[in-house]
Design a protein around this ligand. Structure first.
Ligand code: UTP
Length: 233
């Protein structure tokens, strides 16, 4: 098992409906960080923009139509969420990089020096899923976990189609056939960003998509154990 690992944490995970669940999830993130540091491992966490990204982009859209400008608003929201996780971990003395890196090269260098590095988005044109793949590539991690709010990749949206079928494993090309190849519009959501799929294929980074609301699943995947979710390679 490599000592350097990268996970993309979907922004929606920071704000479950119930405030009690929110506190529990933040507590579990702290426990995970203690576990990683205690085992001498290094973990990069790329945090999504979730609600503040959607709100900010909608607000800016009333005056701005340029998609790169709207992406910049989304990036600011991802960095806000990254700062929240960073400060929650620094508060209990975890060895977290004191800056939020703005490139994946900087993040990979910081991961050599710290047990945890937390970051958000980087440049317009993709989401934090793609940032996580680039971070994994630059850190020599070999695989990248996408922790989101669905259990698997499905052949169609399970919220709209009762007969949607989940995959436990699939190829990059099978996934690309579902996501398409085009970049997402600012603030648009999808199970995984098509740009991330293309970058993962190019760099041969194995992807693991799992439900990040259940921290046990994330821990199992990070520990190299079989986990419930979708493996893409
Ligand atoms: P997210 O990574 O949060 O998108 O970026 P998401 O797929 O909706 O993820 P969740 O739901 O939070 O997990 C939010 C927006 O920020 C911009 C894009 O506009 C994106 O839609 N963004 C983010 C960038 O342009 N570049 C980045 O590197 C990251």
């Amino acid at each position: 098992m490599t000592r350097r690992q990268v996970v993309a944490l979907g922004g929606s995970l920071l704000r479950p409906e119930e405030s009690e669940q929110r506190t529990a999830w933040f507590g579990q993130i702290r426990q995970l960080a203690v576990h990683i540091e205690g085992n001498g491992r290094h973990l990069g966490i790329v945090v999504g923009g979730g609600l503040p990204a959607r709100e900010g982009i909608e607000l800016a859209k009333t005056m701005v139509s340029d998609s790169h400008r709207l992406d910049e608003v989304g990036i600011a929201a991802t960095r806000l969420n990254a700062t929240i996780i960073q400060q929650i971990l620094l508060d209990i003395g975890i060895d977290v990089a004191p800056v939020i890196p703005s490139t994946t090269e900087q993040a990979a260098a910081l991961l050599e020096q710290h047990h945890l590095v937390i970051m958000g988005g980087t440049t317009p044109g993709h989401t934090t899923d793609a940032v996580a793949v680039a971070f994994a590539r630059d850190a020599g991690a070999g695989h990248c976990i996408i922790a989101t709010n669905v259990s698997h990749v499905f052949d169609k949206d399970p919220r709209e189609h009762e007969d949607a079928e989940s995959f436990s494993s699939m190829s990059y090309d099978q996934l690309a056939a579902i996501t398409g190849l085009e970049a997402l519009a600012p603030g648009a959501s999808a199970v995984i960003d098509p740009i991330a799929v293309g970058w993962a294929k190019k760099a041969a980074i194995t992807l693991a998509v799992l439900d990040g609301r259940n921290m046990l699943l994330l821990e199992q995947a990070l520990d190299g154990k079989p986990f419930e979710g979708t493996l893409i390679q």
